[in-house]
Each structure stands twice: as structure tokens, then as C-alpha cells.
Design a protein around this ligand. Structure first.
Ligand SMILES: [Zn+2]
Length: 355
């Protein structure tokens, strides 16, 4: 389907949709996998296919979205029907929802924003693309599900790409929360952005009196809630992933929010070290998944964790049933293994690139 037809089909009178749709001509956003850089011959190298097969086995039938990463090593695997980030942004936002007693989703079909409620206010994880989305999806969505945006005390941003920090400016002006990035990504934003798009809000400037520059192993605390920070470089050099507890009734589940999934380095010279750090981070993380019994594995793009579909399942339950976000530690291990094996296959294909 041509983009014009797509837009016509998704047109509605909502001004928010109009504002987001008009951005569609500006090229692809940061977190989409980069495809087409590896030739058919490189993709067919037996070592590449061996790791892609290992990824397929790890994905089973329940973790197929993570196999999108395989298309970087083997462009033949690309699904021609998959929508671009711009097309996903143009869709009406899905309804906000409650995943656990203390974890809520407010996001679009493209990018997620998670709200963690604590005894002393709300922590947001990421802030979407721009002011418009912060106002019409995050702020409006929070009100719809009974959360008061004035209670936002912190925004933790997983990495310095605009689809995660673009809405920070709006929320900062309205509510004055602390803005927390990794030290490395604060540095990246203050010098040279890796990616920028005209439809992204401007990167925030750090106020050292209240904005944290996070390092691996740091613990963020608000009220009764602690979030452990793990540096998981690759997607950006300073990408952070977050470990925390979620609650449902009397039950508590250890949760891992992965901060940057796609291999979007293109053919930049440092791609080999970036993918190696991703390979190392996913290996370390899957060991932690078993050690800490991490039963919930979520993402900041719901194309991976299928958060929108899982929330629809919860909404359709007539009484509290099995929570689809609780996948178990073995499945968390497998998801990280899919990512790890796809990254390894991509690295081998790149090693066999002449250019
Ligand atoms: Zn990104």
C-alpha cells in the first residue's frame, strides 16, 4: 500500500492525528531496524544461518516479534507487510492500560511510555516523540486511566533517541520532574546527536541539581519503589535497561524493561564494537534473568513485547485471570537469546562485508 493510500485510509478528524500524520514524509525514525545493507551471499554464510536458526529455536511460537531482528543479517526475511515507524505513528493511539497494580502503559503503536506508581508519585519511563504526543497520548492517557500527571516526579529515559526523549520538554515545563539518562547518553546529547528527526522534540539539557546521570548498578528510588539500572550498550552507547518489581494483588514479579532493541547502526565505522557490546549485554542480561527469576520482560517499543495486544487480553477478561505479561524467567531468557543470536549473526555478516 502506498503511503498516501495508507494515510487516506487512516484519516480522521482528530487534530492530534493530523499533527502526527503530517510528519510522515521525513524519513525513518531511530529504532527501526536497518535493512538492505547485507547481501544475499553474506546472509547465506553458514555461520550466519546457524545463529539465525538458534534465534528461531529460542523464539518458539511465543516470542516471534523479536525475530524482526533477524532481517538485518538476512534481508530476505523482511516482512514486506510490516509498517514503518511513521505509519505506526499515524495510527490512532491504542487505549492506555493497566498491566499491573503499579505499572501502566500510555503509548502509541510505535513507541511505549510506561508509568510506575509509587508511594511518593509517578515515575515515567520514556516520553515519546514530541510535545504533541506527550500532551495527547501520555498526559491524556494517564487521566483516562485515573493517574494524575501532576504526580510525575521523575522521567527515566532509556536512551538518547528522540522517540524516547522528544516529549520530555513538554512534561518538564508542565510538571518539573527530574530527568534521568545515563551519563553516557547525556554526554552524547550535549555534543552530537546520533540521529535527529524534524518531528522529534529537542533533547533536554541537564539540570545537575535534579537530573541524574546514571551509571551501571545505580539504584533510583522514589517512595517505596526502587529501580535498578543496568547499562546495556549497543543501541546507543549509553542505553540503560531497568529492573524493578511489579505487583498484582499479593504477588510480586521481577521485571526487566529492555532499553534499546534494534540494530540501527547502519554501516557506521563503530558498528562492530556496538554490536559486540550488544552481544555482551544480552548475554549478561539473560544470566540475570535466571538469577533474579525475571518473569516479566517488557520493551519501550510494543512491536516487541506486544504490550498493546496483552492489554487488550487483560481488558477482555471478565475476572482477574492469568496476566499475559508474566511470561516466566525461561521465556525472558529466550527473548534475550533471540536478540543475542540475531546480533551475533549480524556481526558475522558484517565481518564478511568488503566495504
Ligand atoms: Zn532508539
Amino acid at each position: 500500500m502506498k503511503i498516501f493510500d495508507f494515510l487516506k485510509n487512516t484519516a480522521n478528524n482528530d487534530s492530534t492525528q493530523f499533527n502526527r500524520r503530517k510528519f510522515i514524509n521525513f524519513g525513518c525514525a531511530c529504532c527501526f531496524t536497518t535493512v538492505g545493507l547485507i547481501s544475499k551471499a553474506q546472509a547465506q554464510i553458514p555461520e550466519v544461518q546457524k545463529h539465525l536458526n538458534a534465534a528461531r529455536v529460542a523464539a518458539g511460537k511465543d516470542l516471534l516479534p523479536y525475530l524482526k531482528l533477524a532481517e538485518v543479517a538476512d534481508p530476505a526475511l523482511r516482512d514486506p507487510k510490516s509498517l514503518t515507524p511513521q505509519q505506526l505513528m499515524a495510527l490512532p493511539a491504542p487505549p492506555p492500560g493497566k498491566a499491573f497494580d503499579n505499572l501502566y502503559f500510555v503509548g502509541s503503536k510505535w513507541v511505549s511510555c510506561w508509568a510506575i506508581t509509587t508511594s511518593d508519585g509517578i515515575i515515567l519511563i520514556d516520553a515519546m516523540d514530541n510535545d504533541d504526543e506527550a500532551e495527547h497520548i501520555i498526559e491524556k492517557g494517564m487521566r483516562e486511566i485515573g493517574l494524575d500527571p501532576a504526580q510525575i516526579k521523575m522521567i527515566v529515559v532509556t536512551h538518547a533517541h528522540g522517540d524516547h526523549y522528544g516529549g520530555v520538554g513538554y512534561l518538564k515545563r508542565r510538571y518539573g520532574p527530574g530527568i534521568h539518562f545515563s551519563e553516557i547518553d547525556w554526554q552524547m546529547m550535549s555534543t552530537q546527536l546520533e540521529f535527529d528527526r524534524p518531528y522529534w522534540g529537542r533533547p533536554p539539557k541537564r539540570d545537575p541539581s535534579k537530573d541524574l546521570a546514571l551509571r551501571n548498578g545505580d539504584v533510583i528510588q522514589l517512595g517505596n519503589t526502587k529501580i535498578e539500572v543496568m547499562l546495556t550498550p549497543g543501541h546507543t552507547v549509553g542505553t540503560i535497561s531497568l529492573l524493578f518489581d511489579v505487583h498484582q494483588g499479593q504477588k510480586t514479579y521481577r521485571t526487566f524493561l529492555w532499553g534499546g532493541t534494534a540494530f540501527n547502526f547502519g554501516m557506521r565505522p563503530e558498528r562492530m564494537s556496538r554490536i559486540q557490546s550488544y552481544i555482551d549485554a544480552t548475554d549478561k542480561a539473560r544470566q540475570i534473568a535466571l538469577q533474579q527469576n525475571i518473569e516479566v520482560f517488557i520493551s519501550n517499543h510494543n512491536g516487541y513485547d506486544e504490550a498493546v495486544e496483552k492489554l487488550a487480553t487483560i481488558r477482555a477478561q471478565s475476572q482477574v485471570g492469568k496476566n499475559p505479561f508474566v511470561i516466566g524467567a525461561q521465556a525472558t531468557y529466550r527473548a534475550l537469546t533471540v536478540m543475542h543470536e540475531c546480533a551475533t549473526a549480524t556481526q558475522i555478516a558484517w565481518q564478511n562485508t568488503k566495504s
